[in-house]
Ligand binder design. Sequence first.
Ligand SMILES: [Fe+2]
Ligand SMILES: [Fe+2]
Length: 223
Amino acid sequence: MKDLPVYPASKDDPLKRYVNKEIEDYPSPMDPPPLYTAPTIQVPYDQMVQTLKDLIDDHNDFEKVLNVFDQALVSFKEKGWKFDSEISAAFKKFFQYMDDDLILHTRKEEKALFPCLQEKLLESGEHSPGPHLMTPVDIMESDHERVSVMTNLVFNLLGLAARIRDDEARNLLFEHAFHQGQEIVEVMKLHIYKENTTVFPLAQQLLSAQDWENIVSKIGRLS
Ligand SMILES: [Fe+2]
Ligand SMILES: [Fe+2]
């Protein structure tokens, strides 16, 4: 049976973990085409509106929390699923961030920026072919939902495992939490990369000054 394709990572690939340096081309013409590939537009940070700069600043903060969480997961595994003060603090900080800062950030995107951007993307033809039109906004919202579900799962697995006395059963739950936790880090890093390099540059290009005024006013009502 043919191995699953491994795509080469670009220089800027946020998921260096999966880089396969030996593969230079997409492996087979039989592979299905991507559903929709949004254009890449280069818009430097300093040429973006303040709302987008603020969202990118949030991403930078969030990446730091993700890196600490990722390291804590590895250390948790290396220590044979034993907590220490550093691991507990990193996990606590991660869940607090997900429950507080990230929810506000996501609401700014979903309630203020994305509805307006979605209209402009559809009007300008930046979507997949029909019948179910898909835009980068749909992909971002699906990432948000996926990460929220996975975060709840990891939180509950860790809580449940800590109450189980049987070593083998407890370790299995911790291991499952570990893999889900690593997946959250990967999905979120890729999500941030897609927003910074594709979704926000498209927003900068397509939205008018009046649109931004409306978005700023909606964000003001959320905070
Ligand atoms: Fe997002
Ligand atoms: Fe974001």
